[in-house]
Ligand binder design. Structure first.
Ligand code: HEC
Ligand code: HEC
Length: 470
């Protein structure tokens, strides 16, 4: 969500916050104190270098060694930022929108019924198994933990185990605010313990996550309505139109919620892996990876930092952003800019995961590979092994045979050639920026007719098997 404000506007928002729901003291949640230790232990693990030193290497120069140490430290810092940093955005999600109150529920000092772990999992939120103490895992497995009780959600937050969501607790253990992290939309877990509970998979797109429904829990959406010059009921209508696996990163730039055909204007959540060597990122190529990281942390997550982009001053294209001077965002304390370097290094280190053995037909994929660079002519844009163009990886809408709606919401007015590695990890909610093609067969059919490729249906199948092998 983008409502980042220059400091002047933050004052007005803070006032709204003061006027918002005042909450009585929260109940102390049992099980939590024990968890705090485990959470600390987990943080310590996360801080350790992601890759082990390479065993029996011959004598290396002091310079080499210090370079290696430095690289490892930067990666570890970037991973910490990606997984755990809120950039101070709890001032928005918690303090202003009161999302924390909705999560806690009335019984725990918040408002409404609260959010139970079962409901949280149903909204696509994931739980990091590594953050759960062994005793708690055993209790969950034995059915001794009431997954319908919002108190348990608070305990899970206290353990720092909810991927991409951080709870802030006061000295008495009451939830006082909540913030979000990059991992919310760009990580999943491997479900090794139970559906939605397992080991973190950094960079995977969370296509189960219902961002709109989660934001919609907020008891105070008035600031969002005011920003968009509309009412709270309309904001709910828009949030409900997204559905799982989608988010509209441009809504708070231009206020456009629906495509001309009536479909939601939201984009599918993309993976954040496999981007090494890729020039422009986002489906409409807003900028480089580090450009977009700064954009997201400031304008979507509403962290506290600095962001410049005079392209957002264009009143016709970005009325909301221009009015609020989002392209000139400054915070008194910048909690984003110092983290951008390491964050980028970590993201670049995330390879697209290899497809599991047996998940595609290898012989058909080998035939598909020939077609990809031959008759189907895909490789003229999706250049292996990057699968996007080295250089300017952008195309006008007509060049790929689709409408210009989303391209026109970007300063580029173009679509970026998607890097294709790891497609098998995000088959839910469809392909292309808005998920318009339900599966890879539909994508291939689109190209077949747009480019008049005359692929037989067997050849189309082969091409799909190749795409699944990337
Ligand atoms: C609320 C969900 C959400 C959060 C939180 C989020 N992103 Fe994203 N991210 C998206 C969406 C949606 C897009 C696609 C935008 C588009 O293509 O227009 C995206 C795109 C990206 C891309 C471009 C991927 C590509 O293939 O071009 C990168 C890189 C990225 N995000 C990194 C981050 C980082 C780093 C953070 C934390 C600072 C973050 N995101 C936080 C939803 C999110
Ligand atoms: C003219 C350049 C161009 C050619 C040729 C091309 N593509 Fe694409 N491809 C793109 C662009 C641009 C996008 C992004 C479209 C969007 O997100 O709306 C894309 C998206 C895709 C996607 C969706 C990726 C995702 O994550 O949703 C797949 C799959 C794909 N292309 C496969 C192919 C195949 C297979 C061929 C050959 C039959 C091909 N492309 C030919 C430019 C091209």
């Amino acid at each position: 969500m983008s409502t980042s404000q220059p400091s002047r506007r933050r004052g007005a928002l803070a006032q709204q916050r003061r006027d918002a729901v005042r909450r009585p003291a929260r109940l102390l949640v049992g099980a939590v104190a024990a968890g705090a230790t485990a959470a600390l232990a987990f943080q310590a693990t996360a801080a350790s270098p992601p890759s082990a030193a390479s065993g029996a290497a011959p004598a290396r120069s002091a310079q080499e060694l210090s370079l290696q140490d430095n690289n490892r430290a930067v990666l570890a810092e970037g991973r910490r930022t990606f997984r755990f940093d809120t950039f101070g955005d709890e001032a928005f999600w918690g303090d202003l929108l009161n999302l924390d109150a909705a999560i806690a529920g009335k019984a725990n000092g918040g408002v409404g019924p609260g959010l139970s772990p079962r409901q949280a999992l149903a909204l696509g939120l994931k739980v990091d198994l590594a953050a759960l103490p062994v005793t708690l895992r055993a209790d969950i497995a034995a059915g001794k933990v009431n997954l319908n009780d919002p108190k348990v959600t608070l305990a899970l937050l206290r353990l720092n185990s909810v991927v991409g969501v951080k709870g802030f607790f006061d000295a008495r253990g009451n939830l006082r605010s909540v913030g979000i992290q990059c991992a919310l939309c760009h990580s999943t877990v491997n479900d090794s313990f139970a559906p939605g509970i397992g080991t973190r998979r950094d960079g995977w797109a969370n296509r189960d996550l219902n961002v709109g429904a989660i934001i919609g829990l907020s008891p105070n959406l008035q600031p969002v309505a005011s920003l968009l010059h509309t009412n709270v009921a309309t904001v709910h209508k828009v949030l409900n139109s997204w559905g799982p696996g989608k988010f509209d990163a441009q809504l708070f730039l231009d206020g456009k919620a629906f495509q001309p055909n009536g479909r939601s204007a939201a984009s599918v959540l993309p993976p954040a892996f496999g981007l090494r060597g890729v020039n422009l990122v986002t489906t409409t190529g807003f900028g480089s990876m580090t450009y977009w990281n700064a954009f997201v942390a400031n304008l979507e997550m509403h962290g506290q930092g600095t962001f410049f982009d005079t392209r957002l001053d264009n009143k016709q294209q970005f009325p909301i952003a221009a009015e609020n001077r989002f392209g000139h965002t400054e915070a008194r304390v910048d909690r984003i800019t110092p983290k951008l370097g390491a964050l980028q290094v970590y993201q670049l280190s995330l390879d697209a995961p290899k497809p599991p053995k047996g998940s595609f037909n290898a012989k058909a994929a080998a035939r598909g590979k020939m077609l990809f660079s031959g008759k189907a002519d895909c490789a003229r844009c999706h250049v292996p092994p990057l699968f996007t163009e080295p250089g300017w990886n952008m195309h006008t809408p007509d060049k790929i045979g689709i409408d210009s709606f989303q391209a026109d919401r970007s300063p580029t007015h173009m679509y970026r050639t998607s890097p294709l590695r790891g497609l098998w990890t995000h088959r839910k909610r469809g392909f292309y920026h808005d998920g318009r093609y339900a599966d890879l067969h539909a994508v291939v059919r689109h190209y077949n007719s747009t480019f008049g490729l005359k692929l037989t249906s067997a050849q189309q199948d082969d091409l799909v098997q190749y795409l699944l092998s990337l």
